[in-house]
Design a protein around this ligand. Sequence first.
Ligand code: DMJ
Length: 430
Amino acid sequence: PLQISPFWVAELTRGLRGATVVDALDTLYIMELEEEFQEAKKWVEKSFDLNVNGEASLFEVNIRYIGGLLAAYYLTGEEVFKSKALELGEKLLPAFNTPTGIPRGVINLGSGMSWSWGWASAGSSILAEFGTLHLEFLHLSELSGNPVFAEKVMNIRKVLNRVEKPQGLYPNFLSPVTGNWVQHHVSIGGLGDSFYEYLIKSWLMSDKKDSEAKKMYDDALEAIEKHLVKKSAGGLTYIAEWRGGILDHKMGHLACFSGGMIALGAEHAGQERKQHYMDLATEITNTCHESYARSDTKLGPEAFRFDAGTEAMATRLSERYYILRPEVVESYMYMWRLTHDPKYRQWGWEVVKALEKHCRVEAGFSGIRDVYTTTPTHDNMQQSFFLAETLKYLYLLFCEDDVLSLDDWVFNTEAHPLPVNHTNFKASVQ
Ligand code: DMJ
């Protein structure tokens, strides 16, 4: 029989490379690290090969690679970033060939074959994945003149508008075949998170013209507040998860982006709701800060709970890790820009010091396995979002407000800035 060596198997199924390089392009540019930016650009020009046949996550390719390339293009005007973004966008299109047009989560970039994640219930697609394409896909259509990208995401919205929402909530799993929910798990953390973020940001990116997105956001937030927002015995506001009507009093680190999102939306909520939502955003950001302040490393765990006498701390060994995630400093950045309360800069600086102390290693920064020990072990991994998001948001927290002003830019969920369509996209780039 034909012998296939492991080397050839790896060669035959080669996936996309260089996530860290592409994810970090705009951070390097914004921080004026000219030499490093040029080196990264050269890599994209010479070595970033899109003719691969490995499998990829539609969502991750979109937010990290396409988002990173689009932002690099809008910041620099360099054609290479635009053409790579468009080429990659084309490769994702076969994932939308389903009976409903809701894309599947995984795609082979060579063959175009797509399938659902093995762990997702009954072949379903994930809300936070198919709901986090809108910003990038509108820009792909704008830049290419090809409406297909915009059509794909507008169709996703149509399916979501059509399906009945239990108590006004959006569950995390939807069948791409029937367009119905597969399971009633609702979360503003993992599996749901950036879907809500993209509703309010779609409206902002359209220069407040996309009123359908604004309405979907307002309605979703109202339902979340009614059914998921709770206050602990110690007075901490948190957002619980919902499993078919039963609350799980847990908040994931991922859910901590919501302080910033709710503050961003509050700005535009109408006079009487504005203060209410600013208060909610302040309280949630405070809770997330508590999850950091209550640990020995001053970094927060992957998930923290509000049950059995516990408040804002992980109770399970498996939830004590920190993988350099950005969501808490992301909220500090928005809260600082929108309130100028100096506590957000102080809290950000606490994170800088903790990262230096516990995560810096010889070759970069590493995640840690337990935030509740002052001598944590490293997980030997620097996630690409550390450069794309965590460091960018920390940097912006200490910049003047006109560096990537919130009036002119929206950040995709991987912190890549995309211009607001004030008149048309080209004008806003200039
Ligand atoms: C990032 O890739 C994005 O922010 C995504 O929306 C959620 N998770 C990570 C960072 O934690």
